[in-house]
Design a protein. Structure first.
Length: 143
């Protein structure tokens, strides 16, 4: 199972649990809103603040444009988002939450999430050189 599939199953478990809690507590108010919508939509941020009974501040609109994570996470693993379609229950759950599951692996997708080839090659080269140096040091000690 790939890292993507493991993350997909975790996502499904969390969302299924949320649905179970909502069904078990029908008198408790719930708000269903995606993280993407909070970042992209002024109206979603207003709804979220109202749900939390917080006053809306105009600074909320500027927050999504501030980069606070200087270490954007990327992976060397191959990511195939279309694999979600292998799991009909998860694809159905994603659709229930308004997520589009008709993924196409695009250059833009991979440039966002996948570590560039040159970086992966440099890491492998450094690891190989480090292993060679360690082997040389062991041989020198044995001599």
């Amino acid at each position: 199972m790939s890292q993507f599939e493991k993350a997909l199953f975790f996502w499904a478990e969390v969302h299924l649990y949320g649905l179970e809690v909502q069904a078990a507590l029908p008198t408790v108010p719930f708000l269903r809103i995606s993280f993407e919508d909070i970042l992209a939509s002024h109206d979603a941020r207003v709804s979220f603040a109202q749900f939390l009974d917080l006053p809306y501040r105009s600074a909320f609109d500027g927050a999504p444009n501030q980069n606070v994570d200087q270490y954007r996470k990327q992976t060397v693993a191959t990511i195939e988002p279309s694999r979600i379609n292998k799991y009909a229950e998860i694809a159905s759950l994603a659709a229930q939450f308004g997520y589009h599951t008709g993924f196409e692996e695009s250059r833009a997708f991979h440039s966002r999430y996948r570590t560039p080839w040159s970086t992966r090659a440099k890491r492998r080269l450094r690891a190989t050189l480090h292993a060679c140096q360690a082997n040389l040091q062991i041989r020198e000690k044995q001599s």
